[in-house]
Design a protein around this ligand. Structure first.
Ligand SMILES: [Zn+2]
Length: 433
C-alpha cells in the first residue's frame, strides 16, 4: 500500500527522517499534519496528488478507501496515540497508522503541528505574530523535509541579524521585506536625507522626504516587522562589519556600485568572512547577485579581474564612471526596482534559511524592456586574494575521493541551534502533472 511516486535521488530526506522518526515513535508527542500548503486532489480512486505546480507536487498511491479517510485525520489536531485508536476504529490493521505516518514523513509530505523545538513553541505562543507569518510558514514547509522543520526555520529567522547598506528604492523595500518575513534584526545603513525619488511602494514613504535616510528606513522596517524585535544594547546603526551578522546586503542607491562593485568597499566583508549579496538597478538593468560566500564563491575582486582580463579598456572606463560627481538622478524604473528588491530578498531568505540560492557564484540580470531574467556565472579568479580559487581547486582535486563539499552545504552563522537538515524537497521530489 501507499507508495510514493518518486524517490529522492540522493535519499538524504528519507534517511534524515528515519533518525528523527525513531525519536518520534519513541515517545515524543507528535501531532502529524499533511502539509496544508499543497492542494490535494484524487487523480483516480486510488491515487492522490499533493500539489499543483510540478516543483513540489507528488503522487501517492495506491491508497485504499479506509486509508484515504485516515489521511483526513492527519490535520495536526491528534497525537499518534489517538490516531492509532482512530485507525483501529476504522478497521485498519495494527501498525497501519504508524506506517502511513512514516511513509508520508519519508515523502516530505508531513508536518508536525507541535514540533520544531523550544523556539518554535515560543513563536506559537505569539499568535498575532504567527498569523502575519502564516503564508511564509506554509511556504517554508514546501522546502523543509522534517516534521516541525518549517516552524523551526521560521523561529530561527528571528534570531538573525542582517544589514542592508543603501536605502534607495531597492534597499528600503528589500529591508522591509526581510523584516516582514520574520528576520529578527534588519539594520539599514545609509547617509543623507530622503529625496523625492527615493520614495517607493513598500519602501520609503512620501512623508519621509527630507528626513534622515537611516531614521526613515528604520521606521519602515519597524512597520513591516510582525512584532517589535527585542531591544539591543548595540548602536542602532553601525558602519562596521560586526561579528554576528548573518548577511550584508549591498544595495547602493547608485546601481553602478552593484553592477561593478568596488572590491575595496567589500574588503572587510571578505576579510571577516561575512556573506554579502549585491543588488541594484543600473540604467535599465537590474542585478541580483552574486551572493559572495567569502573564500568559497567569486567576489567583487574576482569579477573585476575577470572583466579586466576580457576588456583592456575596462579600468579606464571604470575610473571615469566611478569619478562621476554629477547630481543627476539615476535612472531606476519603479517596477524594475520592486522586482529586483523582491528577488534579492528571496535569495537572501533562502540563504538565511540554510538553502543557498542560485546567486551564490552567479548573478541574475534583467533588462528593460524584454525583462528576461538570466544568470551569468561569477567565477573565482586565480589572482584574487579572496581564496575562492583555492577552494575551487581543492574541490576539483578531491572530487574523486570521499565526500566532497559543495556550496549547498554552506550555512549562515546562527546562534539558534536550528535542527534543520540540508536536504530539500524542491527539485528532488516531483510528480508528473
Ligand atoms: Zn575573489
Amino acid at each position: 500500500m501507499l507508495a510514493v511516486d518518486r524517490q529522492a535521488r540522493d535519499g538524504r530526506c528519507r534517511s534524515a527522517l528515519r533518525d528523527d522518526y525513531g525519536t518520534v515513535h519513541g515517545g515524543r508527542f507528535m501531532h502529524p499534519m499533511v502539509k496544508p500548503a499543497l492542494r490535494r486532489g484524487w487523480r483516480d480512486r486510488n491515487t492522490v496528488q499533493f500539489g499543483v505546480a510540478p516543483a513540489h507536487a507528488m503522487l501517492l498511491g495506491p491508497v485504499d478507501t479506509a486509508t484515504g479517510s485516515f489521511l483526513e485525520l492527519l490535520d495536526g489536531t491528534r497525537g499518534l496515540l489517538l490516531l492509532r485508536e482512530e485507525a483501529r476504529r476504522m478497521g485498519l490493521p495494527d501498525g497501519h497508522a504508524d506506517a502511513v505516518v512514516d511513509r508520508l514523513a519519508g515523502a516530505g509530505l508531513l508536518d508536525d503541528a507541535t514540533g520544531g523545538g523550544p523556539a518554535a513553541d515560543a513563536l506559537r505562543r505569539k499568535e498575532a505574530v504567527l498569523d502575519r507569518l502564516r503564508p511564509d510558514l506554509a511556504s517554508l514547509s514546501l522546502v523543509t523535509c522534517e516534521p516541525g522543520g518549517a516552524m523551526a526555520g521560521l523561529a530561527a529567522r528571528r534570531s538573525l541579524h542582517v544589514q542592508v547598506r543603501g536605502a534607495g528604492r531597492v534597499g528600503a523595500a528589500l529591508a522591509a521585506t526581510l523584516a516582514g518575513a520574520g528576520v529578527g534584526r534588519v539594520e539599514v545603513v545609509d547617509g543623507g536625507c530622503v529625496e523625492p525619488w527615493d520614495v517607493a511602494p513598500g519602501g520609503l514613504p512620501a512623508e519621509s522626504v527630507g528626513e534622515r535616510r537611516d531614521a526613515a528606513a528604520r521606521r519602515v522596517v519597524r512597520g513591516a516587522a510582525p512584532d517589535r524585535p527585542p531591544r539591543r544594547a548595540t548602536r542602532p546603526c553601525s558602519d562596521d562589519a560586526e561579528p554576528g551578522l548573518a548577511l550584508v546586503v549591498l544595495a547602493p542607491r547608485d546601481g553602478l556600485a552593484a553592477y561593478v562593485p568596488d572590491p575595496a568597499a567589500a574588503e572587510r566583508f571578505v576579510a571577516s568572512g561575512t556573506p554579502h549579496l549585491y543588488v541594484g538597478v543600473l540604467e535599465g538593468t537590474g542585478v541580483v547577485g552574486p551572493l559572495v560566500l567569502p573564500g568559497e564563491t567569486g567576489c567583487a575582486g574576482c569579477m573585476e579581474r575577470a572583466r579586466m582580463d576580457r576588456d583592456p579598456a575596462w579600468p579606464r572606463l571604470l575610473a571615469q564612471w566611478r569619478s562621476g560627481r554629477g547630481r543627476r538622478v539615476p535612472a531606476c524604473d519603479l517596477a524594475l526596482s520592486g522586482a529586483v528588491a523582491g528577488l534579492a530578498a528571496a535569495h537572501a531568505l533562502a540563504f538565511l534559511d540554510g538553502r543557498p540560492p542560485s546567486s551564490a557564484g552567479a548573478r541574475w540580470e534583467v533588462s528593460l524592456p524584454g525583462l528576461d531574467w538570466h544568470a551569468r556565472p561569477v567565477w573565482a579568479h586565480p589572482a584574487c586574494p579572496c581564496g575562492a580559487m583555492d577552494r575551487a581547486k581543492r574541490e576539483h582535486s578531491s572530487a574523486d575521493g570521499g565526500r566532497h563539499e559543495t556550496m549547498a552545504e554552506q550555512q549562515p552563522p546562527t546562534e539558534s541551534g536550528r535542527q534543520g537538515h540540508p536536504a530539500r524537497l524542491s527539485g528532488t521530489w516531483r510528480a508528473h502533472v
